[in-house]
Design a protein around this ligand. Structure first.
Ligand SMILES: Cc1ncc(COP(=O)(O)O)c(C=O)c1O
Length: 525
């Protein structure tokens, strides 16, 4: 199976003690858009050292709460208690766009006092084309303490050489674009104390032992701020990425007793990895069928599960279910965030999958969540996660809390900071504009077109900037092969259930690699 974005699905675990099914908790959340006008977009902020910034009052408060929370496991298994309401955030109109677009595009720069020391190292020592890595923070004594690890296509002690003959690999949708933002957030890193996270169980759990209640609260708060999902009265299930939650949903929606496996369908072009995962599982409960429209047109009344990815991977369209029968639908909303697409209404579906990977770019953290309407389905999904990986890494959850809170607070308590979605949207918009301009008169490719829509979060209309550009070759040829001949390794149409005349190109790579992609595609006239 070579169709996964990031690797093979999680394997099964050795037998471990199994807890009783988790008790899921209804939760009220008052949606509220919140944004405050920033006084300046790229202000000067005095540069404190990494460790100084780490010891923020917020973090101390978190530690204090964690230390005083009593948590005998049995208490918590049986405890059903109302989660505290998150106060509606003060809604002020969102007028960041009174700032010029150029000033929004404020990238890390060696002179910027907002850069972490690591970021400065990357830029100064590795020419912005690699990571500077040292054995430990304490050893940061001389500039020679570490070494540059160059991004693909770059080499040299300072990553100063571009190997113009290299293969540029954009086969995966690796969201490294966001690295630039995080390099400007010196106090965002999560350092997890060695004494924390030893237990299987979350330190601050509520009804479900493996789930950090701060994380749950933070996730709901983020959706409320963006207005992209209904969370009130819904259940939250955490997974090792949304890839695991997709499997959990398949498990929860099917029965071992059904006479035939349930058909899994998705309109083409469909997200490639979920086909790969479904086939790999080779289950007697369900089987991959493919094109949902064909399935609908066959007039069959068989039970089915339809997977709807919206915005769609690979083509960016805002998909809806096409079968409209009595089956179940899994809505994968990995890209329904304002940096990729206008938020037109809160998504309101029975099973919605989300992932940290595509919000903040932290795909390596492997953290996803499902927002689920039906308690029984949510409980079964959580049971799958429990049986499959005995919960989700506490380190990943701690990181999730820090990262997501850093994003919400970029709109809240730290108005001097660049707010995350605004900066990321501007960067993606700029990439789409440059790529579209470079290819608009291409004799080789047909480009996708999108209509602008009004975004409730930004308070203005804009065109979607999807994570991938879905290209069609004008001549009926193998488009991925054409790109390969020009040293671009991309994912061809077959992986998405369509012809080889289509190819998917990632817009999410690091800046120097995106620029290289742009120049190679533009040269293909
Ligand atoms: C539409 C979609 N869903 C899910 C995923 C996988 O997410 P995760 O990293 O949380 O497993 C991806 C990754 O590319 C994706 O494009």
């Amino acid at each position: 199976m070579d169709s996964n974005e990031g690797g093979a699905p999680t394997g099964s675990q050795d037998a471990m003690p199994v807890l009783s099914s988790p008790i899921m908790q209804r939760f009220s959340f008052e949606n509220g858009h919140h944004a405050q006008r920033m006084a300046a977009v790229c202000p000067s902020v005095s540069s404190k050292g990494f460790m100084t910034n780490f010891a923020t009052p917020v973090y101390i408060a978190l530690l204090a709460v964690m230390l005083v929370l009593p948590s005998p496991a049995a208490d918590w298994i049986s405890k059903v208690h109302e989660f505290p309401l998150i106060k509606q955030m003060n809604g002020s109109s969102n007028d960041y766009f009174t700032n010029s677009r150029e000033s929004m595009m404020c990238f890390p720069h060696p002179e910027s006092p907002r850069l972490s020391s690591y970021a400065s190292d990357h830029l100064q020592l590795c020419s912005g084309n690699g990571h500077y890595e040292i054995a430990s923070h304490q050893e940061r004594t001389t500039p020679d303490a570490g070494a540059c690890h160059c991004y693909g296509c770059f080499s040299g002690k300072h990553c100063e050489h571009l190997n113009s003959d290299c293969d540029l690999n954009i086969f995966h949708g690796d969201p490294t674009l966001f690295e630039e933002y995080w390099l400007t957030q010196p106090d965002a890193p999560t350092i997890i104390p060695s004494w924390q996270g030893l237990s299987y169980f979350a330190h601050r759990h509520n009804s479900y032992l493996f789930v950090d209640s701060f994380l749950e609260q933070t996730i709901r708060q983020l959706h409320g701020m963006i207005g992209n999902a209904v969370t009130e009265g819904r259940f939250l299930v955490l997974g090792v990425g949304s890839t695991q939650l997709y499997q959990a949903a398949l498990y929860a929606l099917t029965s071992p007793d059904s006479p035939t496996p349930t058909s899994v369908v998705s309109a083409i072009p469909h997200y490639s990895s979920f086909e790969g995962v479904t086939r790999f599982l080779d289950s007697r409960r369900f089987k991959w069928i493919g094109d949902a429209e064909k399935f609908r047109d066959s007039g069959t009344s068989e039970p089915y599960i339809e997977l709807v990815t919206s915005p769609n991977n690979p083509c960016g369209s805002m998909n809806k279910a096409v079968v409209n029968g009595n089956g179940s639908v899994i809505n994968d909303l990995a890209y329904y965030w304002p940096h990729y697409t206008p938020i037109t209404a809160p998504a309101d579906y029975p099973i919605m999958l989300w992932t940290l990977s595509k919000i903040t770019g932290h795909a390596g953290t492997r953290l996803g969540w499902a927002i689920v309407e039906d308690e029984k389905i949510a409980t079964k999904m959580a049971f799958f996660v429990q049986m499959n990986t005995l919960g989700v890494s506490q380190d990943a959850q701690a990181r999730g809390v820090t990262l997501l809170r850093s994003i919400t607070s970029s709109y809240n308590t730290r108005p001097e900071r660049q707010p995350f979605f605004h900066l990321s949207q501007a960067v993606l918009e700029d990439r789409w504009a440059r790529m579209s301009q470079a290819l608009q008169n291409s004799s080789r490719f047909v480009l996708p077109e999108f209509e602008p829509a009004s975004c409730s979060f930004f308070g203005r209309a804009f065109q979607p900037n999807p994570p991938f550009m879905w290209l069609k070759c004008k001549v009926d040829e193998d488009c991925a092969q054409l790109l390969k001949d020009h040293k671009i390794i991309s994912r061809g149409g077959r992986a998405f259930g369509v012809s080889t005349q289509y190819v998917r190109v990632s817009m999410l790579d690091r800046r120097p690699l995106f620029d290289l992609l742009l120049s190679r595609l533009a040269a293909l006239h």
